[in-house]
Design a protein around this ligand. Structure first.
Ligand code: A3P
Length: 346
């Protein structure tokens, strides 16, 4: 009898102990999230502008972002917009490319920062003549509402490869910050192909194999007329941009590393944008089902990127992969030299 009571007591103690440990772990996680809200550091104002950010703590931005969310849901009136100083600001930084480099992941991850507001859609203002003709006010009106102390970021990957874009962006803001996210060029080209292939399959159309597009059947050399190949010659495109902007206005994000180890890449971007470090490991968790990092905004709200990000690539003939890697090699070297960022590409 006594033995039975002892076992019962031990089980009870075990349950209570687990509850205590659970609560402790919960508190640790909660403190992790609260840490992001600490009002220790004002947002620096290296971007200039009429509003001084000196006395505007990040905590307030975080709080106001809640209101902003309400506004987006349509729960706020025009009076509230005025009351809360909401404005539609032109972007202070643009993710100009590269297509399939991880542009969506980068934008969504930067949006974890309380001082960053993203334009959800690709606006294609500078690369689309029809949109561009509508004027800069049209562009500004496409921007999300934000507080003057926040910075708006948009991404349209076609900007990087479109001839007219550097000059047009320069005319809007010659000191804008430009983000380029790149992946190993052959992988990027295959990813690009996979996206197009999926589009064709959705319409029940057949499509060529990657090998057929990437290699010229007459010469057996790399087909530089194939768009997916041309886009991956990063240095060629960057050189056009450098006619308008100095290299200091660009930041290269390693898209391959953003997949496997996002935090250090995001911290480099925070630095480049002169934002206090606010994105932490708490905000990023690996989702084994997706095979990618997903985003945690707070204890309640988290999300992974859509299924169209992270497609399975078709198998490509290894000799074609080798040929492409050899082809890209000298361009990559030049890209490292110009940008000052060496990446681990073959
Ligand atoms: P794949 O589909 O080839 O894997 P973009 O947004 O510029 O179109 O880039 C898409 C790529 O983002 C995907 O290419 C994927 O590898 C990459 N990516 C990086 N981080 C990701 C993340 N956390 N979730 C999903 N995809 C991510």
């Amino acid at each position: 009898m006594l033995f039975k009571q002892q076992v019962w007591l031990r089980q009870k103690l075990l349950v209570l102990g687990s509850l205590a440990v659970g609560s402790l772990l919960y508190l640790v996680a909660r403190v992790g999230s609260l840490d992001r809200l600490q009002p220790i550091c004002p947002v620096e104002n290296r971007f200039g502008g009429a509003h001084s950010q000196a006395e505007f703590p990040l905590r307030a931005l975080q709080f106001k972002r809640g209101l902003l969310h309400e506004f987006h849901k349509g729960n706020s009136s025009k009076e509230q917009v005025r009351l809360h100083d909401l404005v539609q600001q032109l972007p202070k930084a643009i993710i100009i490319g590269v297509r399939k480099g991880g542009t969506r992941a980068l934008l969504e991850m930067l949006n974890l920062h309380p001082a960053v507001v993203k334009a959800s859609q690709e606006i294609h203002f500078f690369d689309n003549d029809e949109n561009y003709a509508k004027g800069i006010e049209w562009y500004r009106k496409k921007m999300p509402f934000s507080y003057p102390q926040q910075i708006t970021i948009e991404k349209s990957p076609a900007y990087f490869i479109t001839e007219e874009v550097p000059e047009r962006i320069y005319k809007m803001n010659s000191s804008i910050k430009l983000l380029i996210i790149v992946r190993e060029p052959t992988t990027r080209a295959i990813s690009d192909y996979t996206q197009v292939l999926e589009g064709k399959e959705r319409k029940n159309k057949t499509y060529y194999k990657f090998e057929k597009l990437a290699i010229d059947p007459n010469t057996c050399e790399v087909n530089t007329k194939y768009k997916a190949v041309r886009t991956s010659i990063y240095t060629k495109h960057l050189e056009r941009w450098l006619k308008y902007f100095p290299i200091e206005q660009f930041h290269v994000v390693d898209g391959d590393r953003l997949i496997t180890e996002p935090l250090p890449e995001l911290q480099l971007v925070e630095k480049f944008l002169n934002l206090p470090p606010r994105i932490s490991q708490y905000n990023l968790y690996f989702n084994a089902t997706r095979g990618f990092y997903c985003l945690r905004f707070n204890i309640i709200f988290n999300k992974c990127l859509a299924g169209s990000k992270g497609r399975i690539h078709p198998e490509v003939d290894p000799s074609v992969v080798t040929k492409l890697r050899k082809f890209f090699h000298p361009f990559n070297q030049k890209f490292y030299q110009i940008t000052g960022r060496t990446l681990n590409w073959p």
